[in-house]
Design a protein around this ligand. Structure first.
Ligand SMILES: [Zn+2]
Ligand SMILES: [Zn+2]
Length: 175
C-alpha cells in the first residue's frame, strides 16, 4: 500500500465539471486521536478510500476509513489490536453559498481547497468504542488478587475484596 503520509484534500477546481469524480486512496496520520481520547493506546495511519462527486453546488465525499487500533480492554486491561472500519460521508459547499435551512448539514468551506483531515478525525473518534473489550465474554480481572481470569483461575472468595483492587477495577470499568 501507499507509505507516504499526506494531508487529504480536494480542490474545487478539480470538481468544476458536474460529472467529475475524484477517487482518493491514501493514508492519513492522526496523531491527536491517541492524545485526546482516553480509550486507545495507539493507532496506525488511517487508510482512506473515498470518492468525491459533485451535485450542483455540493461536493459529496463518501467511502470507508480503516485503521489498526490498539485498545486496552476495559475489563482485563490487556492491550489488543483490532481493525476499525468507519463509513464516511460528508457534503461540502463554498462558504459564499447559502445554507438551505437550519437542518442543512453541509459543511461550508473557505478557499479553493477542502481539507478532509478534521472530518476524517471526527468520524474516527466518534466510531471508537466507549468501553473496549478484548472479546465479548472477557472474564476480566479477579477483584481480590488481580489475576487475569481469561488466563487462569484462583480460589479467591469474592466476598472479601481488597478495597484498593475493587476501586481499581471499578475505575477501569468506568473508563
Ligand atoms: Zn479483556
Ligand atoms: Zn483471585
Amino acid at each position: 500500500l501507499l507509505n507516504e503520509v499526506i494531508f487529504l484534500n480536494i480542490q474545487w477546481r478539480d470538481m468544476r465539471d458536474s460529472s467529475a469524480e475524484v477517487h482518493l486512496h491514501d493514508m492519513v496520520e492522526l496523531p491527536d486521536v491517541v492524545k485526546e481520547t482516553g480509550q486507545i493506546v495507539a493507532m496506525g495511519p488511517v487508510e482512506a478510500d473515498l470518492r468525491a462527486s459533485r451535485n450542483n453546488d455540493t461536493i459529496l465525499v463518501q467511502g470507508v476509513l480503516s485503521a489498526d487500533v490498539t485498545y486496552r480492554c476495559s475489563r482485563c486491561l490487556q492491550e489488543y489490536v483490532d481493525r476499525l472500519e468507519v463509513p464516511f460521508a460528508e457534503q461540502f459547499i463554498k462558504a459564499s453559498q447559502e445554507m438551505r435551512d437550519d437542518e442543512d448539514e453541509r459543511i461550508a468551506t473557505v478557499g479553493e481547497e477542502i481539507d478532509l483531515d478534521p472530518w476524517i478525525e471526527q468520524a474516527v473518534v466518534l466510531a471508537l468504542p466507549y468501553r473496549p473489550l478484548c472479546k465479548q465474554d472477557c472474564a476480566g480481572l479477579c477483584p481480590v488478587c488481580g489475576i487475569n481470569r481469561n488466563e487462569s483461575s484462583c480460589d479467591c472468595e469474592l466476598g472479601r475484596i481488597d478495597p484498593r483492587l475493587a476501586d481499581l477495577a471499578r475505575f477501569f470499568e468506568q473508563q
